[in-house]
Every structure is written in C-alpha cells, then in structure tokens.
Design a protein around this ligand. Structure first.
Ligand SMILES: *Cc1c(COP(=O)(O)O)cnc(C)c1O
Length: 226
C-alpha cells in the first residue's frame, strides 16, 4: 500500500497561507485610492500576469507607503471605478434593506486579473447562495454579484452604515482585510470584526486553507498515490 496524500487542483497547489493570520490575528490594511495613476485599461494587458504591469505600481506604492497606507486601491475612469488592491483582486460586502448581504467583485472586463483566489471565492459563495454547500459563518441570505463599483458607492455606503467589509484576495495572503481607504483627502472607515476581519473574508480563509491542507475534502482535491 502507498500512503495517500491530498493534492489540490493545480491552480491552488502552490498556494501557501501567510503566517501572521494565524499567530496574531488579522492585520487589516489601509488603502490609498489613487485617482492619478492607472494600473490597467480596456484593451491593455492588465488582465494578464505580466511583469510589465507591475512596474507602474512601484512608485505609487512607495508614495502610498510614505503617507501611511499599505496598499494602493486602483481606480479607473472618471467615475472612479474600483478595480484591484495592489496585486490582489477585490471583494466588498453591503447590507441591503431586505436583510440580505450582497457580495460584489468587479467584473473582469479585460482590465482585471482573473485571480484563482477570486474564482475560488466566487465559487464558494455561489454554492452557499444556491444552497448547494452552505458555509457556517456566512450571512444567511447572500447575493453574489460581479458588477461595477465606484468610489461614490463606497463613500455613500460607509456613511449610511451599509458597508460591511472590504478585502483583497490573492494566492499569497488568501484574504487581506481592509479597515480604511484614503480618498480625496478623507479617510473612509471600513468595518472589521474584533479579530480585524470581516465575516466573508474570515470564512473564505478558513475554507480555502482547509482545502489546501486537505482538512476539508472537496471536489478541488483528489487523492494520489505516492
Ligand atoms: C496575482 C494577481 C492577483 C491574484 O491572483 P491569484 O491567482 O488569486 O493569486 C490579482 N491581481 C493582480 C494584478 C495579480 O497580479
């Protein structure tokens, strides 16, 4: 007999969670929403993992760091559409009047990198939404949307108390909760739980790490003989 190991789908195989999330809880980050620098544009290469896309981020990132922000929130267009956080995709949750929660991530168009983590999160949340696989800790009534979001939407939701959480997502950290956004000389407050994290990001971290380690069995993992 050969020992059985759990391997993950190739796209998640080299994913490794970053340490601080386990030892000291979450460290939420503050984002600097830049309206001056642009990361990607329609018809450009922003949807691909190309080295040339990252050079444009170096100087804005240093400027944001000098102002006390950890990451850039990349905006696009005159309406200040949200696109990505640093080199992560973006997730936002809002409370709705009917008691449900809407999870929103911007559509890929050809500007946003189609991250594996984004895709994994959409798939987990949609299975919860449809009832195929309910996940403990997520809002009972969850609506999953790929739609455009603008900074005025975020500012309004922060003011009227319907903004629930914002996080970046990518292979390295899996989720990176956000507790504030610097935008047009204002700091927009974003809620986080006592552990520094929102409900959706917290459950997504647990579910994705569980699948990476094999503690949670799923169709993303399969046994192989060594
Ligand atoms: C790598 C990357 C992501 C996240 O992709 P993952 O496959 O989830 O790691 C998001 N945006 C940009 C710009 C990236 O380079």
């Amino acid at each position: 007999m050969f020992p059985v190991h759990w391997y993950l789908i190739p796209s998640l195989r080299d994913a490794s969670p970053v340490g601080p999330y386990y030892s000291t809880g979450f460290k939420p980050v503050k984002l600097y929403a830049t309206t001056k620098d642009v990361r990607a544009w329609p018809g450009g290469t922003g949807g691909y993992k190309l080295g040339s896309n990252y050079a444009a981020g170096v100087v804005p990132q240093q400027q944001a760091a000098a102002l006390g922000y950890q990451q850039i929130l990349w905006l696009f267009g005159p309406e200040h559409r949200l696109t990505e956080v640093g080199t992560m995709n973006l997730g936002v949750a809002f409370s709705r009047n009917d008691g449900s929660v809407e999870f929103v991530t911007p559509p890929l168009d050809d500007m946003i990198l189609p991250g594996v983590t984004r895709d994994s999160i959409l798939s987990l949340l949609r299975d919860h939404e449809s009832g195929k696989n309910r996940l403990e800790g997520l809002p009972d009534k969850l609506i999953v949307s790929e739609r455009q979001l603008t900074m005025p939407d975020i500012v309004a939701a922060s003011k009227d108390g319907t903004l629930r959480e914002i996080f970046g997502c990518g292979t390295a950290a899996i989720v990176s909760p956000v507790d504030g956004i610097g935008y047009q000389d204002e700091l927009i407050k974003v809620p986080v739980g006592e552990d520094g994290c929102g409900d959706i990001a917290r459950v997504m971290l647990r579910e994705i790490v569980g699948r990476q380690t094999g503690d949670i069995l799923s169709e993303w993992s399969f046994p192989v003989n060594e």
